[in-house]
Ligand binder design. Sequence first.
Ligand SMILES: NC(=O)N[C@@H](CC(=O)O)C(=O)O
Ligand SMILES: [Zn+2]
Ligand SMILES: [Zn+2]
Length: 433
Amino acid sequence: MTTWIVNALFMDGERETPVRRHLKVENGKVAQWADGSASVDTAGCEVIDASGKLLAPGLIDMHVHLREPGFEYKETIASGTRSAAKGGFTTIACMPNTRPVTDTAETVRFVLDKAASEGVVRVLPYAAITKNELGRELTDFAALKEAGAVGFTDDGVGVQNAQMMKNAMSLAKSLDRPVIAHCEDDSLVEGAAVSEGAFARKHGLKGIPNESEAIHVGRDILLAEATGVHYHVCHVSTEQSVRLIRLGKSVGVNVTAEVCPHHLVLSDEDIPDSMDANWKMNPPLRTPRDVEACIEALEEGTIDIIVTDHAPHGAEEKAKGLERAPFGIVGFETAFPLLYTKFVKTGRWTLSFLLRRMTSDPARVFGLDAGKLEVGAPADLILIDLESEKEVNPDSFLSQGRNTPFTGWKLTGWPTLTMVNGRVVWTEEHGIR
Ligand SMILES: NC(=O)N[C@@H](CC(=O)O)C(=O)O
Ligand SMILES: [Zn+2]
Ligand SMILES: [Zn+2]
C-alpha cells in the first residue's frame, strides 16, 4: 500500500527548524520526500492531510512496564502499546519485572508473540539479570539473547551484590548486549516512600537518601570500566549520580543514562499534603537542586535520553496511601506535551533538542534502526498539533493505569496520529485502528 502524507511541517532531532514537505510511504518504509511547494501525484494512494501539523519520527521509550504476563489487572501488552501509540511512541522497551519474571527464553518469546499479535507499536523486551530478580543466580544470558532480549536488567530492584553485577557485565559484554541498571542500595533505603527533603521533614517521614542511588552508579561505572560493557543507568534522579556519570564519561567508560519527565518537572516540594500516592515513584521526587542537576545533565549530554518509566498500577493499590502504595506512575500519554509545555514553550529547549532526546538519541544509544525518517527507513512516525491545549484527564487514557500526578495540568503539543511500519495505528479522531 502507498500513502502520501501531504503538507506536513517536517522536523527531527537533526534540523533546527521545520520544513514543509510531503512524504510518500510504501511497503512500510519511507519511500520519497517531496518539497512542500511541489505538487505530487497521489492517484490511487491513501492521502493524509497533515496541514498545520508537525511530522516527526516516532518517539522511542527505552524504559516501560507492560505488566504482562502476570499483572494484567495493571496493564496488558494490548493496553500498554495502545497507550504508547496515543502518546506518540512507536518503539518501546519493556521491563522484565513481570510474573513470571522475564528470566527465561520462553517468557521472552511469550512477550514477543503477544506483542506481534496484540500490540500496536514495536516492543523490545529486556530480560532479567538474575533469576526471579532475586539477586542470587544469573539467568541464561545467551539463551535470552537468542530469544530476542535486547538487554539485561533487574529493574524494580538494584543488584545488591557487586560480584554478581560484575559477572553479569562480563557475560553481557561477551554477547554484545547492554546492562541496564536500576540503581538502589537496599541497605540505605529501609522501606522509605519519599526522598529525604522538605516533604519528609514536614511530615515526619523517613526519607530515601540520594546516596542509595548514586552509590550503585559509582560502583557500576567502575565495574563497567573493568568489564568494558555498555552500562546504562535507569531513571537518574540525583545530583550525585549526575556527577559520577559525568566523571565516567570523561574517562571513557561506556556509560549512558536516562531521565524521566517527572524527575525533570517535579520536586519533593510539589507533593501535595494530601499524601496522594500518585506522587510516589522509584526513584522518588528529589529536591529542586537535584531536578536542576538532571535538567543540566540532559542538556549537556551527561544524560543521553528521556524515558517515561511508564509504571501502571491498579486504583486500589494506589489508594493504600503514600506509605503503603506501590511505587510508580504512568507516563506514555503525558510525556511529550508535558516536556513541550515545560521546556520548549518556555524557551529553555528547542523543539529539535526535545525530539533528539526522544528519537535519534535512544536509537543511537541502543543501536536501533529507528528515530530517523531517511528514505528506506521504517515508516514509524507521528503527527503533532503544537497549538492544541488540553487538560490531562486520566479517564481518557488508553492505559489501564490512572496513576498520574499530572491530572488537570493544561498542556500543549498533543500527538494526533501515530504510524508504525507504514500503518496508521492511532489517530486522535478515530482512536486505535
Ligand atoms: N518506577 C517505579 O516506581 N516502579 C516500577 C519499578 C521501577 O522502575 O523501578 C514498577 O515496576 O512499578
Ligand atoms: Zn527502576
Ligand atoms: Zn521501571
